[in-house]
Design a protein around this ligand. Structure first.
Ligand SMILES: Nc1nc2c(c(=O)[nH]1)N[C@H]1C(S)=C(S)[C@@H](COP(=O)(O)OP(=O)(O)OC[C@H]3O[C@@H](n4cnc5c(=O)[nH]c(N)nc54)[C@H](O)[C@@H]3O)O[C@H]1N2
Ligand SMILES: Nc1nc2c(c(=O)[nH]1)N[C@H]1C(S)=C(S)[C@@H](COP(=O)(O)OP(=O)(O)OC[C@H]3O[C@@H](n4cnc5c(=O)[nH]c(N)nc54)[C@H](O)[C@@H]3O)O[C@H]1N2
Ligand code: SF4
Ligand SMILES: [Mo]
Length: 707
């Protein structure tokens, strides 16, 4: 199917105005693809009744034909229609009437909203230049039009500040690319063929649930499952072997594994000789990293590290599967640069089901013509600054020249960005004009001057590339936009119009944008079939015979590129500054994790809905019994979790999931779910990773006391 959908001339049609399904009055079904920032990109089927604007979605279920999700959705999206038809949906433009953050708004017309937005943005640009305007978005809807359709073109055209969107994933990619020259890894569906699977810093059963059956299949065929995580997650509970390092110390463990592999001559000499560069330098660097030395850092017994190294090096196929958990550390890029060395030493890339498995979004990206979609040429040679989304608080408070207008979509920065009290202070600035395009009045939207109503994914058609599997999907709108909601691309066309801009590419219709973005894809076919597999080597072993796109064409165990940016040439463990050996550890002796934890939450989406947040209880801090007792705290006690950034009040939950010295506040709740209006991210570390532009949420130190 895949080849048939590629590279044929799509019919020259301007839009897909005519609905796919039978438009006559009556019940019919429409297929779509989940838009959430989740690796699974499930297929769904919506049952609709009625016609035109009267169409109502009455049922949504998983599409049993979908080649990855096979008919199952998840506890978040099983109730998606409650979200779509929630009485709290924003269905008209709103203008703020009370102070920022008060949540006091009045409904206004689109014309009024656009007049105000157009004149305020133009005034900012006239007075302070284009860079005074900043976009802020993430992957709240990760489809092509929703993330970049029109918006990137508009911001390029006005010369706005560019946003570096590195909060999730790019650091994994950057780390792996320093070793391999690419972040393209294996297809996780091939884990089925593995005999050893290491789920390393990923909570598959929670965050990537549709991959679990693949892992179960491999286990039924004799595979061993190892989970490496500082938290005994629901995935760890199911492992054959659970290894629990202290957070942020895995690089030390990997160095010791390489020490054992080299010391005991468990290398795949032929593969190493043919396809790697710098073994001698690496061997020298890891010589001192005995398992005993690593054990002191990661708190894992030396013999466990020995066994792990041997089992990894002597089992074939051996897979390392990760998503993003390891990148959220000060040394997060090195975590993945080092991890990527392991399969090279053992020749794991030779086997289907062996090697390094992460997001496959990069395979999908190969089909996207980024330049045609986002049009950086519209900058017309202007140099504009790029600011990192993870430093939003600092950007809004300290950046010079200041950001004076911000347009937010697809994200809820006040809850999701680290060091969130700084973000709140920044959003509170009187001289900041903020527009938020949203489905709900989120914590961030409460600080907006104007809130614009956004469609949900059953109200707008789009193409959804996946990052957990190789199927790119077509999402067909099942119903018309509710109220006055508009899709993201339409929202930006309207803003461009309100600013009086005339650049034609800002007004292209959705299908024209998608055609430009996906020049090799037959969109008619994609729409008719619902999904297509993106090109991936038939053998399932993209790097079995080397050919890595590094300067040397080899896996770079020693890297000139790293040296050139002032980083160690070879894998090196650098303990975090905000860690147990750092200067603040005496005052704040607990390491705070803020992981994804709730089956009914997707980041900060859903926690506000009645069948999601309340069903998960409320926020809490988990502590080991030893740490709780040392502070005189018992189950349910009100506690204050604090550091120099903030203090957050939450009840105590005594747990066996954590090691002593580690605390956890599962995140995702909005501010009014917390007794003192702070959130988990009020506490978290916004230090950027050493390279790769990520951020160190999980290197956060706190102390806990009775509230
Ligand atoms: N139910 C649910 N599913 C989701 C999401 C959600 O919010 N809820 N979010 C979606 C999104 S945006 C993403 S990016 C994916 C992320 O999917 P994952 O990467 O699987 O999820 P995370 O919770 O970010 O991190 C995974 C694990 O890494 C561990 N970890 C943290 N630091 C370290 C470390 O130093 N060493 C080791 N070994 N492990 C460490 C954490 O304890 C956590 O259990 O999930 C997606 N799926
Ligand atoms: N402490 C801590 N912080 C974290 C993480 C963590 O593990 N711990 N994980 C990080 C990660 S991996 C990620 S990806 C980020 C996620 O951060 P965000 O991407 O900001 O995630 P959400 O909180 O789900 O917010 C998405 C918003 O987009 C809106 N939305 C959905 N669809 C559309 C649409 O079509 N149009 C418009 N205009 N809006 C839409 C939703 O209503 C929602 O409010 O959080 C990061 N923050
Ligand atoms: S959130 Fe993830 S698991 Fe749930 S339906 Fe969407 S893609 Fe599937
Ligand atoms: Mo993410």
């Amino acid at each position: 199917m895949c080849q048939a959908q590629l590279a044929t001339g799509a019919a020259d049609r301007a839009s897909y105005d005519e609905p796919m399904a039978d438009p006559t009055n009556g019940t019919h079904t429409v297929n779509g693809i989940c838009h959430h920032d989740c690796p699974d990109s499930c297929g769904w089927t919506v049952t609709v009744e009625g016609d035109g604007p009267q169409r109502v979605a009455v049922k949504m279920r998983g599409n049993p034909e979908h080649p990855y999700s096979y008919g199952e959705l998840c506890p978040k999206v099983n109730r998606f229609l409650d979200r779509v038809y929630s009485p709290d949906r924003v269905l008209r433009p709103l203008r703020r009437t009370g102070p920022k953050g008060s949540g006091e708004f009045e409904p206004i017309s689109w014309d009024e909203a656009l007049d105000e937005i157009g004149s305020r943005l133009n005034a900012v640009i006239d007075e302070h230049g284009g860079e005074a305007v900043m976009p802020f978005s993430d992957a709240g809807n990760q489809s092509i039009l929703a993330t970049q359709g029109i918006s990137s073109r508009l911001f390029h055209h006005i010369g706005a500040t560019r946003l570096l969107r590195n909060i999730c994933g790019p650091t994994v990619a950057a780390g792996a690319a320093m070793t391999n020259g690419t972040s393209l890894g294996g297809d996780a569906m091939d884990l089925e063929h593995a005999k050893l699977i290491i789920l390393w810093a990923t909570n598959t059963r929670l965050t990537n649930r549709h991959l679990w059956p693949v892992i179960e299949k491999a286990r039924a065929n004799g595979a061993r499952l190892v989970v490496i995580d500082p938290i005994r997650t629901i995935t760890a509970e199911e492992a054959d072997w659970f290894v629990q390092p202290l957070p942020g110390t895995d690089t030390a463990m990997m160095l010791a594994m390489m020490h054992v592999i080299i010391r005991d001559d468990l290398l795949d000499h032929e593969w190493v000789e043919a396809h790697t560069l710098g073994l001698d330098e690496l061997a020298e660097a890891v010589a001192a990293w005995t398992p005993a030395r690593a054990a002191e850092q990661c708190g894992v017994d030396a013999d466990v590290i020995e066994r792990l190294a041997r089992e990894y090096a002597t089992t074939r196929p051996a897979a390392i599967r990760t998503l993003v958990g390891g990148e959220h550390h000060e040394n997060g890029a090195m975590f993945y640069r080092t991890m990527a060395c392991l399969p090279a030493l053992t020749g794991a890339w030779r086997d289907r089901g062996g090697g390094f498995f992460r997001s496959v979004g990069t395979w999908q990206d190969e089909l996207i013509d980024e330049a045609a979609l986002t049009r950086p040429d519209l900058l017309a040679g202007r140099e504009v600054r790029t600011l990192n989304m993870s430093r939003l608080g600092e950007i809004l408070l300290d950046e010079e020249p200041p950001v004076r207008a911000m347009i937010v979509w697809n994200s809820n920065p006040l809850v999701i960005v680290p060091n969130a009290e700084r973000v709140r202070e920044g959003l509170d600035r009187d001289d900041l004009f903020t527009v938020v395009h949203e489905q709900f009045v989120t914590d961030t939207a409460r600080y907006a001057d104007i809130v614009l109503p956004a469609t949900t994914h059953i109200e707008a058609s789009d193409v959804s590339p996946a990052w957990g599997h190789l199927w790119m999907g077509w999402n067909e709108a099942a119903i018309e936009p509710l109220g006055e909601a508009v899709s993201n691309s339409e929202c930006f066309r309207r803003i461009a119009g309100a600013m009086g801009l005339t650049e034609p590419s800002l007004f292209e219709d959705d299908l024209t944008v998608l055609r430009a973005a996906l020049p090799a894809v037959d969109l008619d076919r994609l729409r008719a079939d619902g999904w297509m597999k993106v090109p991936f080597p038939e053998s399932g072993t993209p790097w079995a015979n080397g050919g890595f796109p590094t300067a040397s064409g080899r896996v770079e165990l020693a890297s000139d590129r790293l040296e050139a940016i002032g980083q160690p040439r070879v894998p090196t463990f650098v303990p975090p500054v905000e860690g147990p050996h750092g200067p603040d550890a005496a005052r704040f002796p607990l390491q705070l994790m803020t992981p994804k934890h709730h089956t009914r939450f997707l980041n900060s989406s859903y926690s506000q809905l009645p069948k999601h947040g309340p069903a998960e209880g409320g926020p809490f801090v988990e502590l080991d019994a030893v740490d709780a007792a040392a502070r005189g705290l018992a189950e349910g006690d009100a506690a204050r979790v604090f550091n120099d950034r903030a203090s957050v009040e939450v009840p105590v939950k005594i747990t066996e999931r954590l090691r002593p010295g580690v605390a956890s506040i599962p995140w995702g709740w909005w501010r009014d779910h917390h007794p003192d209006g702070k959130v988990a991210n009020s506490l978290t570390n916004d230090t950027l990773t050493e390279w790769g532009g990520g951020v160190a949420y999980s290197d956060t130190l706190v102390e806990v006391e009775r509230a």
